[in-house]
Ligand binder design. Structure first.
Ligand code: ATP
Ligand code: MG
Ligand code: FE
Length: 343
């Protein structure tokens, strides 16, 4: 099926077009620069930017794919979770298209889309896999059989998301927002010299939180380390702090993902969400998986961060499997649970 997907859950206006598992267009307009001076996404600014970018981005995607809107078989849109006002813009646009073109509408879960997108890169997902979702707002380990039917959460962060930790640590290091890519880059020139804490990894915590994460203590530990350094009058070794912090995050994530896969007899780990773009996470996951005979599937970095192709990819799978479309009064749900794939 030819499916157009719309993503507006945060600060990216994304419109993707796919046919089956083939990516035809992935147009993204970001308002990230408008938010940078506030050190975080400003919801009202994001909503306005989506309104302005929506029609041109749809146009650009159609031009790239070489299709006309009337060729599309279905419209998919992120209906949650995300910023309420931002989601509304995408949902309204998708409803208008579905109504005008008389095509089915699928309101889909943003997080399930972060998993489904890998099919554009590596083909159909296996019958059973472990998905590690690491993004700006979420960090979870999910069992996935058929992504169109749902996911089974094994664990999640009990405080900050991994991406949130990257962004907060970047801020204390004086790096621009969003911090993830800047820490990734800075860390390449650094050494892992500081032993920062690995959250929920001691024996007692593992009893209750084997597949959960915690990054808030790590963030505080980094901030304290920098404060102490500044108080002593010595310069802060930004690259070394970045490398050491990044190692603490990637070590815990990959360790728990391997444990979850092995204890559930799963031989494939899919990694999705913005933090999956991190070069150290990709390398460490790859090497630890190889040692254990596990296959890692991670999309190219541009498909890990928010985009419309991921929404179209999930929509395409829903159409292919004959799932029931959403109603035209589909609401935007800022707190849509990860277990609801189609709203
Ligand atoms: P969610 O998907 O939970 O709703 P989101 O959509 O805002 O959150 P994504 O776009 O999936 O988040 O991911 C953005 C996050 O990914 C940011 O926190 C950003 O810093 C982080 N990120 C992006 N690239 C990298 C990288 N190379 N290394 C580490 N983190 C990164
Ligand atoms: Mg973003
Ligand atoms: Fe996301």
């Amino acid at each position: 099926p030819l499916v157009l997907g719309i993503e507006t859950s945060c600060d990216e206006t994304g419109v993707g077009i796919v046919r089956g598992h083939t990516l035809l267009a992935d147009a993204v307009a970001s308002s990230v620069e408008e938010h940078a001076r506030f050190g975080g996404v400003v919801p009202e600014v994001a909503s306005r930017a989506h309104l302005e970018a929506m029609v041109p981005t749809i146009q650009r995607a159609c031009d790239t794919a070489g299709i006309a809107l009337r060729d599309v078989d279905a419209i998919a849109v992120t209906s949650g979770p995300g910023l309420a006002g931002a989601l509304l813009v995408g949902v309204a646009a998708a409803k208008s298209l579905a109504l005008a073109l008389d095509k089915p509408l699928y309101g889909v879960n943003h997080l399930a889309s972060h998993v489904a997108v890998d099919q554009l890169e590596h083909g159909a997902l296996p019958d059973r896999c472990l998905a590690m979702l690491v993004s700006g707002g979420h960090s979870s380990l999910l069992l996935v059989d058929d992504i169109t039917l749902g996911v089974t959460p094994l664990g999640a962060t009990i405080d900050d998301a991994a991406g949130e930790a990257f962004d907060k640590v970047a801020r204390v290091l004086g790096l621009p927002f969003p911090g993830g890519p800047h820490i990734d880059r800075a860390a390449r020139d650094g050494q892992i010299t500081i032993d920062f804490p690995r959250g929920l990894s001691n024996r007692k915590d593992l009893e209750r939180h084997r597949f959960d994460f915690s990054f808030s203590g790590l963030k505080t530990a980094v901030a304290r380390w920098i404060e102490a350094r500044e108080a002593s009058g010595e310069p802060v070794p930004v690259a070394d702090v970045a490398a050491s912090f990044q190692e603490a995050v990637c070590d815990v994530l990959t360790r728990k993902a391997m444990d979850a896969a092995i204890s559930n007899n799963i031989d494939t780990i899919m990694i999705g969400g913005g933090v999956a773009a991190n070069s150290r996470l990709r390398a460490l996951a790859q090497s630890r998986a190889e040692e254990r005979g596990i296959t890692i599937r991670v999309p190219r970095p541009g498909l890990c961060t928010d985009n419309g192709a991921m929404v179209a990819a999930l929509g395409s799978e829903l159409v292919a499997r004959g799932r029931t479309p959403s109603a035209l009064d589909l609401p935007a749900d800022s707190s849509l649970p990860v277990t609801t794939v189609v709203a």
